[in-house]
Design a protein around this ligand. Structure first.
Ligand code: DON
Length: 582
């Protein structure tokens, strides 16, 4: 963020509080950062707002919002640009979840555009001949890990439900950028350099990210004619142009033809893909309803469990500088992650006690295990009330960085919170038609059973891998009051819970809440954010008996607060995000 602020100054662009951004120049290569929050100060606005992980993507969304489009329209424009300028994180080859508040009906809807396992996938997909789990990257790189993408159909679905602007025009900015070029960002340069040895496996990925054998450099102007063609097909033919026809054929050929690690996807898997509407999961917390994505995401359930367990404790009195706050948050997270590992998966395939897991009486029993200042010895799964009977073993799944989150409010009061991903940075490393294919299937447990007992999140044909993505809308008195979400693998859950606590309990503005250093505990060890004051928690947490580890904690939180005073937006200083509003 600081870097971007400086960049903005150099480029002579306004940064704070908010300003009217010119419509995108559709002929020139673009690199400018349009607006960004200051380290401590949010961007403010009255009518509409967008917070997203890349300035060019935010700018495309802002144009749609300024011209009278809805949050759904803007999301389509944002995703189309993100797939180009942040190709390692999300795109047409991936999946996403959306939570949408429709101001007219007052209804909150969650849509599941998660990838599915092909019908020929079996629980042994990520096991060797002896039934032992493959190493993570052996599974990721190649065709085996690719799930049927959900993002193109999800974009069409949100448009059908809530779109207003002409569909075709929503792709204009992305098409202009892929045709005329955009400047490679510092983050893209860094990530390409780090991943060069894997990107070489695919000729198209290699030619695009390592032209002439050299990794892309910041400021290089990158054009992507294949992406222009794919977007044009989507703009003119709708999602059918993606799920059937030339693009679908190219996807299947690439996956099945991957030299070392072919996958089993067929054209029929693509042609039958469906977005699913799910029941939003809402959990009360200090007079608010924390609403988000239910299964196959573990996001809203786990965030809700953490907050529900913390409700009896006076975190406001303890404050963010007291390690006792983090000890309670950390142990609540450990208990929630224990339930997540045991119970959470695609509820279309496994009986899942959704209501039981966030039932206030159950959370009270879990909360009673927490003691201020005293480390919880062992975090075991609990026994929530079952909707159905079931017996499951604890899960095993590995997740690593990419993904993007954006939040949007339009001038009509509609609100959208969307987390979008191709899973690992650069996904499966296979490129088709100008975009990367996901490796989302490695979000399944590689083991299918433990001591003969099945694992809920095992691979099954047509199933959706468990996610941690937590696009959230906090509701207050029936209206959206806070939109938030993040990338970060399973740490997403802890980033989102922390940001909600920082806002609600510690009274921080959205930018402070996002920037607040991360102190994360999922499985016993506290991760303390490197280079921040979180490091100073180590001594006291270790004295309580915890292990600690100082490390980068690369969230990408993008949030908007809605109040009677207007809109207040924050963007994560750990990435390249910006807020634009009017
Ligand atoms: O759905 C999930 O939970 C993961 N595939 C998200 C991956 C992710 O956030 C990587 N993060 N930086």
């Amino acid at each position: 963020m600081r870097v971007l602020s400086v960049l903005s100054l150099i480029l002579g662009l306004a940064t704070f509080p908010s300003f009217a951004q010119q419509a995108a120049d559709t002929t020139a290569p673009e690199s400018a950062s349009p607006a960004t929050a200051q380290p401590d100060g949010p961007v403010t606005a009255k009518k509409w707002m967008i917070s997203a992980a890349n300035p060019l993507a935010a700018k495309a969304g802002a144009r749609i919002l300024r011209e009278g489009g809805t949050a759904a329209d803007a999301a389509i424009a944002v995703q189309a640009v993100l797939g180009l300028v942040e190709p390692q994180s999300s795109g047409l080859g991936g999946g996403a979840f959306v939570i949408y508040y429709d101001a007219k009906s007052g209804k909150l809807t969650t849509l599941d555009g998660r990838e599915t396992a092909p019908m020929d996938a079996t629980p042994r997909l990520f096991q060797d001949d002896q039934g032992e789990p493959l190493k993570f990257f052996e599974a990721v790189v190649g065709g085996r890990s690719v799930g049927v993408p959900g993002t193109p159909k999800l974009l069409e679905e949100i448009y059908k439900r809530w779109g207003k602007t002409e569909w075709k025009s929503l792709f204009d900015d992305a098409i202009a950028l892929s045709t005329h070029g955009f400047a490679v960002s510092p983050r893209l340069e860094k990530l390409v350099a780090k991943d060069a040895k894997r990107l070489v496996i695919d000729p198209l990925a290699s030619a695009y990210f390592l032209p002439g054998g050299k990794p892309l450099e910041v400021g290089n102007i990158l054009v992507n004619p294949a992406y222009t063609e794919s977007l044009t097909a989507l703009a003119t033919g709708g999602s059918a142009a993606f799920y059937t026809g030339d693009i679908a054929a190219a996807i299947v050929e690439k996956i099945r033809g991957a030299v070392d690690n072919p996958g089993v996807m067929r054209k029929a898997d693509l042609a039958t893909y469906e977005v699913k509407e799910r029941e939003p999961v809402c959990v009360p917390y200090r007079g608010n309803d924390i609403c988000g994505m239910g299964p196959p995401s573990s996001g809203a359930l786990t965030v809700g469990q953490i907050l529900g367990m913390l409700a009896p404790f006076d975190l406001a009195a303890l404050g963010p500088d007291d390690p006792a706050s983090w000890q309670l948050i950390g142990d609540a997270s450990r208990l929630a992650f224990a339930d997540r590992g045991r119970y959470m998966a695609d509820s279309d395939y496994v009986p899942l006690p959704v209501k039981g897991l966030v039932d206030p009486a159950y959370l009270a029993t879990r909360s009673a295990l927490l003691q201020p200042g005293l480390r919880l010895e062992e975090a075991k799964p609990g026994t929530p009330k079952w909707d159905h009977a079931g017996l499951l073993a604890d899960d095993e799944a590995i997740e690593l960085p990419s993904t993007s989150h954006f939040s949007i409010i339009d001038q009509f009061g509609n609100a959208l919170s969307m987390t979008t991903t191709i899973e690992n940075g650069f996904g499966s490393r296979l490129m088709v038609a100008g975009f990367l294919l996901n490796n989302e299937l490695t979000d399944f447990s590689f083991r299918s059973h433990r001591n003969g007992v099945p694992i809920a999140n095992r691979v099954e044909p047509g199933k959706r891998p468990r996610s941690s993505m937590s696009p959230t809308i906090v509701m207050k008195d029936g209206k959206p009051s806070f939109l938030i979400g993040s990338p970060g693998g399973s740490r997403i859950i802890t980033y989102v819970a922390k940001t909600i606590i920082a806002k609600i309990d510690w009274g921080m503005n959205v930018q402070q809440a996002i920037a607040l250093p991360h102190v994360v505990n999922r499985f016993g060890t506290f991760d303390l954010e490197k280079g921040t004051k979180a490091e100073s928690m180590a001594t006291e947490l270790e004295a309580m008996g915890y292990k600690t580890k100082v490390r980068d904690l690369n969230s990408g939180l993008h949030g908007i607060v809605v109040s009677e005073d207007g809109l207040e937006g924050g963007a994560d200083p750990r990435r390249e995000g910006v807020v634009i509003g009017e």
